[in-house]
Ligand binder design. Sequence first.
Ligand SMILES: Nc1ncnc2c1ncn2[C@@H]1O[C@H](COP(=O)(O)OP(=O)(O)OP(=O)(O)O)[C@@H](O)[C@H]1O
Length: 713
Amino acid sequence: MVSLTAINGGAVEPPLDDGSPGGVSASSVDDALVDEALDDADLHLGGTKSSTAGGSGSSSAAAAAAAAAAVAGATAAAAPPGGVLRREVTLHVLETVNSRVENIGSIILLLRKQLSRLKDALERETLSRVASDALVERHSDKIASLRRQRRGLRQKVVEEASRADSLADRVSSVLAERDRLIGEVRTAQAAHAASAAAAAEAAATSSVSAASAAEEARAEELVRELESTKAARDGEVAALLREMASVKGEMATESSRALAAATEQVRAVTAQRDSAVAEAEAATARVSELESGNNRQVLAVADLERKVRTLQDQLGSNNHEMTSLRRQSLDDEVERRRLHNQVQELKGNIRVYCRVRPLLLKGAGVGDAAGGAGATSASGVFKYHSRGRGIDAVKPGDGPATSATGGLPPVGKWSFAFDRVFDGSASQGDVFAEVSEMVQSALDGFRVCIFAYGQSGSGKTHTMLSSANGDELGVIPRAVSQIFDHTERMAADGWKFELKASFMEVYNEQVRDLLGAADEDPNVKYDVKFDAATKLCWVTNLTTATVNSREEVDNVIQTSLNNRSTASTRSNERSSRSHCVFRLHIAGANNHGGNVSGLLNLIDLAGSERVKVSGAAGARMREAQAINKSLSALGDVIAALANKDKHIPFRNSKLTYFLQDSLGGDSKTLMFVNLSPSSAHFSESLCSLRFAQKVNACEIGRAGKSGRVSLGG
Ligand SMILES: Nc1ncnc2c1ncn2[C@@H]1O[C@H](COP(=O)(O)OP(=O)(O)OP(=O)(O)O)[C@@H](O)[C@H]1O
């Protein structure tokens, strides 16, 4: 706020800023100042004021008239002193007018300064608003409105300045008029001085008194004119002052109002700005926080990407390594197969293992209980030698030969050698350890036959098919387990295997599907066929099951065993009277174009028995004859293959006809000869040993172990 304060003793003090927001108090200072200046002027004329008569104009004019009258009176009483007095009064009046005009000039100057300060204040305000504008840039609407207001104020200032200028012009013209009047007064003074000199001269001469009177009249006239002019000028000045006061008041009011409004708006805008700034700061803090979080995430992502790249690189090199390892593995597998087969061939493509079962108690249903017929010792009638490869059949010499002992001499010994001999203490595991390499050959793509040959009750089924849990599992379930182990291992190298199983029996030269329904239709024909293209045999209407797990194979075996035909014989009450063939077709392929196709035939042959010994008759005898005929046909085929005969008599039995795809060439054959240790079965055992010895002399696909072999007779 700008204020104008009173002037003490005519001195003009500069306006003081009272700190109020935006308001300018021009107040009544200027009026008081002017009035005081005028009063001061009147005061100097106070001695004549009371004597002024009938004056209806301004008090100054009346005072001047009274002074003029006093001068006239004084002149009338004593001419020379009265004229001097009038001149002095006139001069005093003129000086007073001068002084008042000067005061008015000071006031105008003061007003100009005030105006200039107002302009400065407005300019500062404008600058401040400009600064505010910058701060509240975002509040453009309000800022635009403020700018409009500012433009309005500026316009007003310009207008007021223009009005002030016009007032100043008028004051200038008044001053000019004053100067002119002063000039006239000075001229009059000069004239008056001249007339006074003339009057003095006339007083000395008394002839010029009339002229002096005229001069005085003229002077009085002049004084009156001056008084009148002064009064008029006083009126003008008073009007100007009023007008200026009114302008100042309006300006002050308008400025106050505009500044108050602007201040209020500035406050509001400032508050909004502060809140916006606070929001912006909060947002900035949030952004910083987010940026820092984002930076952390970016770093984490970059770190992860680095790790992923490293892992990808590792993966790439691992893949490369794996590819070369796979290639190496495939090469190794090929090499392993080659070496394995080489070993198998060195061992012989046909092998014979001899297995003697332990002596059984009578309760076992076999009838070689201790003290029973011929049960001479724990090892029975056999002696073992040659580190598991030799066996001697020893006829105990405990009495004369009888028909019950097959007409053997009372004492005798027959020695045999096989690829492997297992005595009664050998476990199923021990046996399978020697079999598993044949199973491996099937997995390597060869065709493999494993037979169990022997008289009834000698342990063929136990060796091949025992499905008792744990250690008692026979060759078939163990082979299946080995095959699944292998296929699962090979899956890691990209191999996929398909296993198809069938189970059939050949009874009295008739094929029966052990996987089919128990009550199968007797009209269904099971004919053995040979496909020359694939060199595979198959049986019409025979069930083939694709097996994907050990459990599925177990189910196949169990179903087959349940269906298997059994008949009671004197040698073994639950003896199997048929050849039982479990076939597993193994087909494997890998994603490098490799493939393998093998056949594994596991055959539990029907029990061989000498009809004369077993005492079979009728149907049982014909059954036994059919069994012996087919076993004999098997021996003939093996012998013909070993001798590389042009004609191989596969068609002589259903069994050999079906197995023709797995016998000969580079196929592998293993024959178990199962023996009973009982002396009661000595004769049968000796026959079995002789048959096995002849098979052992054959080597399919290579030159025979001992030249041309015949299994006949
Ligand atoms: N190594 C062995 N250990 C223990 N018991 C055995 C062994 N071999 C066979 N046996 C038992 O001897 C009996 C006859 O065996 P198995 O049925 O296997 O003879 P088989 O030759 O199959 O007879 P068949 O030709 O009449 O079927 C069974 O009770 C069987 O458990």
